[in-house]
Design a protein around this ligand. Structure first.
Ligand code: HEC
Length: 211
């Protein structure tokens, strides 16, 4: 993350490289470097897609640029490489998970601005000073099931901006009062079908990302 600046930040210049900067995550620009999941994995493992390494002109350019993507193949386990590949694909929208309903949900989430707080593909969000974890929670990983047990609770969060189950806990309520960002209530703005699509997107994203 020292090189790939966080969501929304300016990119670090990288003279000599193809596009002149170290690409930022979640800007959709992975598509300029990798055309599919396989090439993203090669980027993690070898520091560049194999097709580039085998192409003399591309290798020459790589050799001349100021900063090069390190090859993590030796340093990481297969499991870690798989996790990182899944993360990069999720935030970059490469081969997005799920069927039609999930795609509609993803598009809706983008229009409604869910990503601006929860991070791209719900991968984890904006800093949230005063909150329990310090960040707006994402939808991936184990914590999600503590906050959202099922579709009914998901709908409650989205419609009312809260969870009755968690609101019963005084400690949780204290954090909610203090934290900078709160979950907005979308009641009246989303139809039942749209809620189903959002849930399909969340489930597909979770299924595609190793816990
Ligand atoms: C202004 C920032 C903001 C926006 C925009 C936003 N949320 Fe949230 N969301 C939050 C915060 C803050 C919480 C509360 C987490 C906590 O308890 O601290 C939350 C909680 C949630 C939760 C339950 C906790 C979890 O696992 O993340 C879900 C599900 C959720 N939001 C879905 C959505 C969806 C879907 C959208 C778009 C329709 C959306 N949010 C838009 C800030 C936001």
């Amino acid at each position: 993350m020292g090189c790939h600046r966080p969501f929304g930040a300016r990119e670090i210049p990288n003279p000599g490289s193809r596009w002149g900067t170290v690409p930022r995550f979640a800007s959709g620009n992975a598509m300029m470097y990798a055309k599919d999941r396989g090439q993203i994995e090669e980027l993690v493992r070898f520091g560049a897609p194999v097709a580039w390494l085998e192409d003399p002109r591309a290798s020459e350019r790589l050799a001349g640029q100021r900063v090069r993507m390190p090859a993590y193949g030796e340093a990481l386990s297969e499991r870690e490489i798989a996790d990182l590949t899944a993360f990069a694909c999720a935030v970059e929208g490469v081969e997005p998970a799920g069927g039609e309903a999930a795609a509609a949900g993803r598009e809706l989430a983008r229009r409604q601005g869910c990503h601006s707080c929860h991070g791209p593909e719900g991968s984890g969000g904006m800093p949230n000073p005063g909150s329990l974890g310090g960040f707006v929670p994402g939808f991936l990983g184990g914590n999600f099931s503590d906050l959202v047990r099922d579709e009914a609770e998901f709908r409650e969060w989205v419609l009312d901006g809260t969870s009755r189950r968690l609101a019963a806990n005084p400690l949780v309520r204290t954090f909610w009062r203090r934290q900078l960002l709160s979950m907005p209530a979308y009641r009246g703005e989303l139809t039942g079908e749209e809620l189903t699509q959002l849930w399909a997107w969340v489930e597909a994203t979770r299924a595609s990302s190793p816990e």
